[in-house]
Structures are given as structure tokens and as C-alpha cells.
Design a binder for this molecule. Structure first.
Ligand SMILES: *[C@@H]1O[C@H](CO)[C@@H](O)[C@H](O)[C@H]1NC(C)=O
Ligand SMILES: *[C@@H]1O[C@H](CO)[C@@H](O)[C@H](O)[C@H]1NC(C)=O
Ligand SMILES: *[C@@H]1O[C@H](CO)[C@@H](O)[C@H](O)[C@H]1NC(C)=O
Ligand SMILES: *[C@@H]1O[C@H](CO)[C@@H](O)[C@H](O)[C@H]1NC(C)=O
Ligand SMILES: *[C@@H]1O[C@H](CO)[C@@H](O)[C@H](O)[C@H]1NC(C)=O
Ligand SMILES: *[C@@H]1O[C@H](CO)[C@@H](O)[C@H](O)[C@H]1NC(C)=O
Ligand SMILES: *[C@@H]1O[C@H](CO)[C@@H](O)[C@H](O)[C@H]1NC(C)=O
Ligand SMILES: *[C@@H]1O[C@H](CO)[C@@H](O)[C@H](O)[C@H]1NC(C)=O
Ligand SMILES: *[C@@H]1O[C@H](CO)[C@@H](O)[C@H](O)[C@H]1NC(C)=O
Length: 755
């Protein structure tokens, strides 16, 4: 009896926390050492632990798959887990057992389209809750290599779908909300999980015309770096206090990112105050030698990466060659200690060494995964992300009560999309509601006949299924075509050559146009812009809806929009360029401003005419913007703004106030976008056409009015000069709300440099 009881207790203890994936700070070899003393600062705890490790043990912890050190009671740890829009397949994440699936949210490009950062924060907090539940079952790590906050510079980029879009301000707002949701929860003492901002920096090319990311040298001007490629990382590191960043595969101006001392030490650590570690993208340290040939020996490669500040290797290069570098005196052991101090510091701040009883995160379990709240949030996010691009004669929404005994045809390669709706970097979803199922769900019991014909594939040219689709269209009252692209066309490692809709899809659309009784409805699934001008201009196409990659409930979300249960309000977070764009600018050209070989990039600088502009998106209702006419024109003196700032840190110039009224006949959201156009400057400098400095998503009932506020600050008014210095220039600043130019603000005085 006694013996049984003791055995029983031992088993309980073993299950409760010391089950092999956490260090044993209760009775293990470390328990009496400072690493286990919670009253000490985390870095001091880390340093003590490191001081007890042998050199071989230290080196084994310099890579993302680090071994157990049983002598010290330190379990193995896999640093590489993924959670871009829900827990995702990766070396650290395992789906199975009690935790077969995790909530799959829409792709970040969709989340950009929602322009709703409270939503993004909520999503990230659900992701971190599910991540903790997985970690407690030893099915995920605590360190996640997410989010991807590179700027979506060129529509050909295969991983643009992983980002919230092309605008540095939007991406900064996104990363702040996302990292807060991942890292900060109800227990202020601990990181909930650790995020990672990647890829630092100027990474946005996979493999184009024979040049892959492993060889690419991004030539970036100081102006573009400060204006476009750094701001999201600054917000991530300085304001959101991310636990780690990842240096990228590419070189920047001839220096591989993971060997880039200026970017990693001077910018990330000294200027932005990174309080965490730097991990090299997987294989990126080896690339310094083997693809970039930036160093010629393994020893020099280790030294240049470690000295630049790359603390952790996702790969085995450090494991294989740190010894050689020490032996040849290219590095010293304290270089290794410093890197380990930064990585272990994060594990300590995650509570890895601390008793589970007093940590709420350690008690999350399968009941906290795939909850009703999470399922609803994924559906709402998908709804909020859907962008209505065309709606001729109010073709949408369809009114279910007018459809009795009608036949609706769903045709095309994405009508039955399931995993495709998840985009890339996804995990195993608890369920996937494809568009067909979504349509059937909303029309159940209404005597509406919904039929499906595939018609064609995404891109392979084969017309064998055309006839059945055309026959179905001919006999139907309403016809939808579901097209777009998928991971065979845009993916990690895969950039696009063309930004048109695949020929086979356009051919089928044209044939359907000839036989349908009423104009076609088109739905496009994609993570990037497509030249949809044919559909935009065809009077045979009555509506056009872009749904990105909308996640597990994407098909249901779409159906609620089509049938008017949800009023769409997504706005494009990217410019949809004409097909000719790819012939007008090289994929390798990192410059944002127009030049003789570049028509300019993004809504800020593109000089051509977009198919659909950044910020574009329709609603089933109408909104009216009004403002207090007293503020139509105002003056401020630059000198007094500067003086105010040095006295009080006050950077506000003017609070822009707008009344938004729902003047139509359906309740719905509006996304109010605030842009500034800076004055033209005399020395021939190109300024943006406009730049976003505020946005707000609001819900308005019919006839309801809400006031929204946008602080117009000194930062929003700054102009970045060619040498990357920041200036407050005198002149007229035009404020545009949505499409409406509203006020001008005049700054008077001398051009003044801003620190
Ligand atoms: C933990 O550290 C604190 C602060 O240095 C010290 O006062 C305390 O004695 C330590 N506890 C143990 C158990 O060593
Ligand atoms: C692609 O590479 C080939 C071979 O190097 C070169 O001739 C061609 O100009 C390149 N095309 C573009 C669009 O850069
Ligand atoms: C429609 O979908 C919802 C959400 O997934 C589900 O709860 C409901 O049972 C479905 N209804 C029908 C009729 O399929
Ligand atoms: C918007 O509201 C203003 C003020 O109430 C009114 O004068 C104007 O006609 C409205 N515009 C539209 C498009 O409804
Ligand atoms: C918005 O409307 C409210 C109520 O009519 C009014 O008090 C306020 O001044 C208006 N604000 C602006 C910016 O027009
Ligand atoms: C406010 O400004 C608008 C646009 O300049 C103008 O049409 C309107 O008459 C002004 N209203 C008042 C009350 O001054
Ligand atoms: C300077 O600050 C004062 C007090 O906050 C404020 O009243 C004044 O408008 C500010 N001046 C400028 C130019 O912003
Ligand atoms: C202004 O901000 C800086 C940096 O955050 C701070 O050190 C300084 O004390 C602030 N000054 C005032 C007057 O608040
Ligand atoms: C909205 O306002 C209009 C004009 O004042 C009015 O006729 C209509 O009944 C209102 N609708 C609702 C739902 O309040």
C-alpha cells in the first residue's frame, strides 16, 4: 500500500511538468544553482547555467535542434516552431494524440485586408494559447519563427501572402498587434510565447530567372532602407519588444544578412535595442561561405556570423565548425557564451525553468484548443478580409428568399478548395469548409439547387472538363466562377513570372459568358495581385470578389458575403498591377521610387495606372465623410513644433477628425484610411503620391454616424532624404481620407532635420 502510494505520487510528479520537456528545477542537478532561482535577473541565471556547461555542451546548444544535457537535467529543445496564422507544420510542432489540429486563421495578406488590428491582436493571443497547450503536451516549442514582416515589394514574390501587404505603416501596426498577442498574456512575469520577426532584411525574392534567395544581393539605398525596409522591424524590436529576429538568406549591398554587423549590431541591437537573440534563417550561415562566398573558410565564416551577432544557427554549421573557429583563434569562448546568454535568457523569460504550479500558461491544455471562440474568430477574420472589387448594378448580395427553385452553378478550380484556403506555412486544421459546402450550408432547406463542375485546373492547359461546366452553366439561373492561383504558382521558393490569371481560366470564363442567362459572378483566391482587368471591364461579369487564402472557414465566410449576411469591408493591402508591370521593372530592382527602368513600386510611388489600387474595396452600403470646416486649412510653425517637442516630447501636429455616416440601407463596416501627401521639395526629390498615416475600421448601423480620429504627427509629416536623413519641410500637406482629399495643413518656417 505504502509502496504503491509512493509510486503513484512519483508518477503524478512526472506527469505534472517534469515530463521530459522541461528542466527539473525541483530536484534535478540544477535545482540548487542560480539558474533555478527566480529572484535573480534572467541574464544572471543564464550566465550561471552557461558557466556550468562544457565546451562541447555549449556548442550543442548553438543550433536550433539542441541536445539534452542529462548531466545537468537539461532536456533537449527544438527552437524551430512555426505559427504564421495558426500552429504550423515545422520541426517543433506535432499534430496528433489529444491535439490532432489547431485553429487555422486566414493568411496574413487577408489580415492586412481587414485593417483591423484589434482582430490581429486577438488572433495572435489565440495562437499563443494554443501554442502553450501544445507545448505542455510536448507537441510544440515555445519559440516561434513568426511573423514575416518583409514589405511586399513586387507582385511576383511567392511569399508576399505571408505578409500584411506593401505598406510600411500597415505592416508596423500589424506587427505590433501580432507580437503583443503572441508574447504578452495575463501573466506579466512571463513571455507567453516568443515571436520572431523575419527576415532581416530586404528579403522578398525566392527564385527568379535563375537567381535564388541564397545568392541574391539586394542593392538597397539608404533612403529605401530607412523609409521602407526598416520601419516594420523597428516597431517589432523597439516597440513590441520581440524576443528574436531572423537574419535572411540574401545579401544586402554585398554583405550576407547573417554577417551584417551594421544591421544586426548597430541597427537592431544598438539603435532599436533588441532584447533577445538573432537566429540565422535555415542554412543561411552556411550560405555565407557556400553561396555568397563572402568568406573563404569555415572558421572565418563562423567568426563573421558570430561577431555580427548571429546567435543561433538553424542548421548544423555552428555545430560542425565552432570548434575549428576556436582552435584557429578566430573566435573566443566568450563569443559563444554571449550567444547562449541571449538564447537561454528567452527560455528563462518563458518560465521554462520555473515551477509549473504558479504559471497559468503551464495549465493550458486540449480544452483551450479549437474552442468555440477560436472557431468564431477564424470565421470573422475571413469575413472581415474579403474584398468586393466589382458589383455592377448591385448584383450582390443574392437574396436567398428570391432564389426558391433556382439553380446556382459553382464552377472552377477553387470552388472545392480546402487546404488551398490555408495558404502556406499552415498546420492541420480541425475542419476546412470549402466554398461549395459554405454555399450549401446557407441555403439548406431553401429549395435552392447548388451544383458544381470543376471546369478546369488552376493552370495546366486541359479543356476536357469544359463541356460539363458549360452545360451546367447553360442550365443554371446563376453562375459563379471560382478561380485564382495556389501554391503551385506562388510559394516559398516559387516566384511568379506572370501576374495574369492563368490562360485556361480566362478561356473558360469567356466561354461561360456566352451561355449564362445573367452575368457571371467571379471569385478569386490568391495571396498576391493578379491583373483582373478582363473581369473588371467585361459587362458579362457582374461581380468580382477577392478572398485571399481565407483559412478553415473561408468557404462559409464567402457564402455569408454572397448571400448578404455579412457586408464586405476588406480593402486591398496591395496594389493590383497590370500584367505589363513585370516587363517594366526587374524583379531584382529594390528601388521604390520610379526611375527610367522602374515605374515605381506600391501605391506610394507607382506612376502607372493600377488595375485595383491599394485600399480599394466596395461595400453593400454607402458612407459619407464629413468634417468640421474650421479645420479645412491650418498653419503651424515648424520652429514651435520642434520647440514643443524638445520640451514635452509632444509630436502631435493636428488631430484629424472625421464623421462617417452610413448613408445606405445596410449595416456594415467601413475602413477609413488617412493619407498625407507631402509638399514637393525643390531639389528634385521624388515624394510619395501619398502615404498612409492612420486607419480605423468601424461598424455603422443604417443612418449611424461615428467620429474617427487620426493623429497627424511630426513622424507622419517627415520626408526621408536621399541620404536617409529625416526632414520636416515647410509647405502644404494634403490630407486624403479614403479617396477624398479633405484638408491641407501648412507648415511654415525653415526645413529642419529630425533626429
Ligand atoms: C536567490 O537569489 C536571491 C537574490 O540574490 C537570494 O537572496 C536568495 O538567497 C537566493 N535563493 C537561493 C535558494 O539561493
Ligand atoms: C533572365 O536570364 C537570362 C540569362 O541570364 C537573361 O538573358 C535574361 O535577360 C534574363 N531576363 C530577365 C527578365 O531578367
Ligand atoms: C453550417 O455551418 C455551421 C458552422 O460550421 C454549422 O454549425 C451548421 O451546423 C451548418 N449547417 C448546416 C445546415 O450545414
Ligand atoms: C454627405 O453629408 C453632407 C452633410 O450632411 C451632405 O451635404 C452631402 O450631400 C452628403 N453626401 C452624400 C454623398 O451623401
Ligand atoms: C461629428 O458630429 C457630431 C454630432 O453631430 C458633432 O458634434 C461633431 O462636431 C462632428 N465632428 C466633425 C469632425 O464634424
Ligand atoms: C464645408 O466645406 C465643404 C467643402 O469645401 C463645402 O462644400 C461646404 O459648403 C462647407 N460647409 C460649411 C457649413 O461651411
Ligand atoms: C505647443 O504645445 C502647446 C501646449 O501643449 C499647444 O497649445 C500648442 O498648440 C503647441 N504648438 C504647436 C505648434 O503644436
Ligand atoms: C522625452 O523622451 C525621452 C526619451 O523617451 C525621455 O528620456 C525624456 O525624459 C522625455 N522628456 C520629457 C520632457 O518628457
Ligand atoms: C434613415 O434616415 C432616413 C432619412 O432621414 C429615414 O427615412 C430612414 O427611415 C432611416 N432609416 C433607419 C433604418 O433609421
Amino acid at each position: 500500500m505504502h509502496l504503491f502510494f509512493i509510486l503513484f505520487l512519483t508518477r503524478i510528479v512526472w506527469i505534472n511538468g517534469q515530463s521530459g520537456n522541461f528542466p527539473d528545477c525541483k530536484s534535478g542537478p540544477l535545482s540548487s544553482f542560480p539558474i533555478c532561482n527566480q529572484s535573480l535577473p534572467s541574464r544572471q541565471r543564464a550566465l550561471d547555467l552557461i558557466s556550468r556547461m562544457t565546451l562541447v555542451e555549449k556548442i550543442s546548444h548553438m543550433i536550433t535542434t539542441s541536445d539534452a544535457i542529462s548531466r545537468l537535467g537539461l532536456p533537449k529543445y527544438e527552437w524551430w516552431s512555426e505559427a504564421l496564422h495558426g500552429l504550423a507544420y515545422s520541426p517543433g510542432v506535432f499534430f496528433g494524440g489529444d491535439l490532432p489540429a489547431a485553429t487555422s486563421f486566414p493568411m496574413p495578406i487577408n489580415l492586412g485586408a481587414t485593417f483591423n488590428m484589434r482582430l490581429v491582436h486577438h488572433i495572435a493571443s489565440i495562437i499563443s494559447t494554443e501554442a502553450r497547450a501544445f507545448n505542455n503536451e510536448d507537441q510544440a516549442g515555445l519559440t516561434f519563427f513568426t511573423p514575416n514582416i518583409n514589405i511586399f515589394r513586387d507582385p511576383r514574390w511567392g511569399r508576399g501572402q505571408e505578409t500584411p501587404g506593401e505598406d510600411p505603416f500597415l505592416t508596423s501596426q500589424y506587427v505590433y498587434a501580432f507580437i503583443q498577442g503572441l508574447q504578452r498574456g495575463d501573466d506579466e512575469r512571463y513571455l507567453k510565447i516568443a515571436g520572431n520577426c523575419k527576415h532581416f532584411d530586404a528579403y522578398d525574392l525566392e527564385n527568379w530567372n535563375g537567381t535564388s534567395r541564397h545568392y541574391f544581393n539586394a542593392k538597397v539605398t539608404d533612403q529605401d532602407l530607412v523609409e521602407t525596409y526598416l520601419p516594420s522591424f523597428k516597431t517589432c524590436i523597439q516597440d513590441a519588444q520581440v524576443a528574436s529576429i531572423m537574419c535572411s538568406y540574401n545579401s544586402i549591398n554585398g554583405i550576407p544578412a547573417c554577417a551584417h554587423q551594421f544591421l544586426l549590431e548597430t541597427i537592431a541591437r544598438e539603435s532599436f535595442h533588441l532584447n533577445g537573440f538573432v537566429v540565422g534563417d535555415c542554412g543561411a550561415i552556411a550560405n555565407i561561405l557556400y553561396t555568397h562566398h563572402y568568406r573563404l573558410t569555415v572558421e572565418d565564416t563562423v567568426a563573421v556570423a558570430l561577431h555580427a551577432g548571429t546567435d543561433l544557427d538553424c542548421g548544423i554549421f555552428y555545430l560542425l565548425h565552432l570548434h575549428d573557429a576556436l582552435n584557429s583563434k578566430k573566435i573566443v569562448e566568450t563569443d559563444i557564451d554571449q550567444a547562449l546568454m541571449r538564447t537561454f535568457d528567452i527560455l528563462i523569460r518563458l518560465g521554462w525553468f520555473d515551477p509549473p504550479e504558479q504559471q497559468i500558461y503551464r495549465h493550458l491544455n486540449k480544452n483551450n484548443v479549437n474552442t468555440l471562440e477560436a472557431r468564431q474568430l477564424s470565421l470573422i477574420s475571413a469575413q472581415e478580409s474579403i474584398v468586393l472589387l466589382k458589383n455592377m448594378n448591385n448584383a450582390l448580395p443574392l437574396h436567398i428568399d428570391q432564389l426558391m427553385n433556382k439553380k446556382i452553378a459553382l464552377i472552377g478550380p477553387t470552388a472545392d478548395a480546402t487546404v488551398t484556403m490555408q495558404g502556406i506555412y499552415h498546420g492541420r486544421a480541425p475542419f476546412l469548409i470549402d466554398p461549395i459546402t459554405g454555399f450549401k450550408n446557407l441555403t439548406t432547406g431553401k429549395l435552392i439547387n447548388i451544383e458544381y463542375a470543376r471546369g478546369c485546373g488552376i493552370s495546366s492547359y486541359d479543356e476536357k472538363d469544359f463541356a460539363a461546366a458549360i452545360e451546367l452553366a447553360r442550365s443554371s439561373d446563376i453562375v459563379f466562377f471560382f478561380g485564382g492561383i495556389d501554391h503551385t504558382i506562388e510559394d516559398e521558393g516559387v516566384d511568379r513570372k506572370s501576374i495574369t490569371l492563368p490562360d485556361i481560366q480566362l478561356t473558360l470564363i469567356q466561354q461561360l459568358e456566352k451561355v449564362t442567362r445573367s452575368p457571371l459572378h467571379i471569385v478569386i483566391m490568391s495571396g498576391s495581385g493578379i491583373d483582373l482587368s478582363y473581369i473588371r471591364d467585361s459587362i458579362q461579369c457582374s461581380s468580382l470578389t477577392w478572398i485571399g487564402y481565407p483559412g478553415q472557414s473561408g468557404g462559409l465566410a464567402l457564402a455569408t458575403v454572397i448571400f448578404g449576411q455579412y457586408n464586405p469591408a476588406g480593402r486591398l493591402p496591395i496594389t493590383f498591377y497590370p500584367a505589363s508591370y513585370v516587363n517594366e521593372v526587374s524583379m531584382f530592382d529594390m528601388q521604390m521610387r520610379p526611375s527610367p527602368v522602374n515605374p515605381g513600386r506600391t501605391y506610394k510611388f507607382y506612376t502607372g495606372k493600377a488595375i485595383y489600387e491599394f485600399g480599394y474595396g466596395l461595400s453593400y452600403t454607402t458612407f459619407n465623410y464629413t468634417w468640421n470646416n474650421n479645420t479645412i486649412f491650418s498653419f503651424y510653425s515648424i520652429q514651435s513644433l520642434i520647440k514643443n517637442n524638445s520640451k514635452t516630447n509632444r509630436t502631435l501636429i493636428s488631430l484629424i477628425r472625421i464623421n462617417v455616416t452610413n448613408t445606405g440601407n445596410m449595416a456594415g463596416d467601413d475602413v477609413v484610411l488617412a493619407y498625407v501627401t507631402p509638399p514637393n521639395i525643390i531639389d528634385g526629390e521624388i515624394v510619395p503620391f501619398k502615404q498612409l498615416f492612420g486607419f480605423e475600421r468601424i461598424h455603422l448601423a443604417i443612418n449611424e454616424t461615428k467620429e474617427v480620429f487620426f493623429p497627424f504627427t511630426i513622424e507622419a509629416a517627415l520626408t526621408i532624404a536621399r541620404d536617409a536623413s529625416k526632414w520636416l519641410h515647410p509647405g502644404l500637406y494634403h490630407i486624403t481620407i479614403g479617396q477624398q482629399r479633405m484638408f491641407s495643413i501648412e507648415l511654415e518656417g525653415q526645413s529642419t532635420q529630425w533626429a
